[in-house]
Ligand binder design. Structure first.
Ligand code: SF4
Length: 316
């Protein structure tokens, strides 16, 4: 599985001063699961080391300027940023991790300076980040800084694995029946993001309008990618857990029910992490051999070693 990454985050010496901005989480943890494809538009345009650049607002338009020599480099950097972004289509990426704060790679809150001596405002987007967003609006994209937030990290990685899963599924040239199975396996994962999205996708799969298989697959792909881009929250996740509990509640004792419901409440109150609840549920899914739940991606969305659901802060 390939992940695009701003090259300096991988420890490559491509920053303006010849340094790197190695990110430990990317390099030490994610490299066990992904093949990285590095991109550095600035190095391609200006070489390394180079003069620093920044976003500058001129008459309402944001341009890119070299800091000391005040040269406008917007056009050339934009060209190369789009060239790199177009290259991404050949690299078959499942997601992208961008370097924060950069006038090229930053995806939000990049400093924008004024021509006159006025304070900068954190309201810009780097040119490469803009190009990626324009060409691949549904690709999972995050910044390394935002991945320090467990909630954003959990959502991002869940999105990447689902993104890859869908693309691999579509490559198998599925039948209508296989699409129904795929859709069903994502029921609770998508429920935890938006029940409405699941219903809309369900209507597509039901195909009351008798569209061709290819038409349905194309529309399903877009709807699915939009759905997995939504963030889940504690209340929706709690509701999903209650639904799942409904599959075996009649089979267990009153005491067991009390323990499970208390556990769900403790999750909702952020006293215990999601993984603690999922472990208990998986126990009952195995005990009662509930094949419908065994196939649910919600219960096993990514490699457990990533331990994303072990943090209390992974849900809010
Ligand atoms: S932030 Fe982007 S452009 Fe700047 S050094 Fe890193 S990869 Fe290159």
């Amino acid at each position: 599985m390939k992940l695009g990454v701003s090259s300096c985050l991988l420890g490559n010496l491509c920053r303006y001063d010849g340094a790197h901005a190695k990110d430990d989480y990317v390099v030490k943890i994610l490299q066990n699961y992904f093949e990285f494809v590095p991109y550095c538009p600035e190095h391609l345009v200006f070489g390394t080391p180079r003069e620093t650049i920044r976003l500058v607002e001129k008459e309402g338009t944001v341009t890119v300027e070299t800091t000391k020599t005040k040269k406008d480099v917007t056009h050339v950097l934009n060209e190369v940023s789009y060239e790199c972004a177009r290259q991404m289509a050949h690299d078959e990426l499942c997601g992208f991790i961008l370097k924060s704060k950069s006038p090229t790679c930053g995806m939000e809150r990049v400093k924008v300076y004024q021509e006159i001596n006025a304070p900068s405002e954190k309201k810009g987007v780097g040119l490469f980040a803009q190009a990626i967003n324009e060409l691949y609006a549904l690709l999972p994209v995050e910044e390394e800084g935002r991945l320090n937030d467990d909630w954003l990290k959990e959502n991002f990685l869940m999105q990447i694995f689902a993104y890859k899963d869908l693309h691999q599924f579509l490559q198998t040239k599925p039948t209508f029946n296989e699409l129904v199975q795929f859709h069903t396996s994502y029921k609770y994962l998508i429920y935890a993001k938006s029940q409405n999205s699941y219903k809309q996708l369900g209507n597509l799969v039901a195909n009351h309008e008798k569209k061709s298989l290819q038409e349905v697959l194309n529309e399903y792909k877009i709807g699915f990618l939009k759905a997995i881009a939504l963030k889940s929250d504690i209340v929706k996740t709690y509701n999903v857990l209650l639904h799942i509990y409904g599959y075996f509640k009649k089979e267990i004792s009153k005491e067991e029910k009390e323990i499970i419901l208390l556990t769900l409440e403790e999750y909702k109150e952020q006293i215990i992490p999601l993984i603690a609840v999922v472990k208990i549920i998986n126990l009952y899914v195995t005990r009662f051999d509930i094949s419908y739940l065994k196939s649910q991606k919600f219960l096993n969305p990514y490699p457990k070693e990533l331990a994303l659901r072990s943090s209390l802060k992974a849900y809010k």
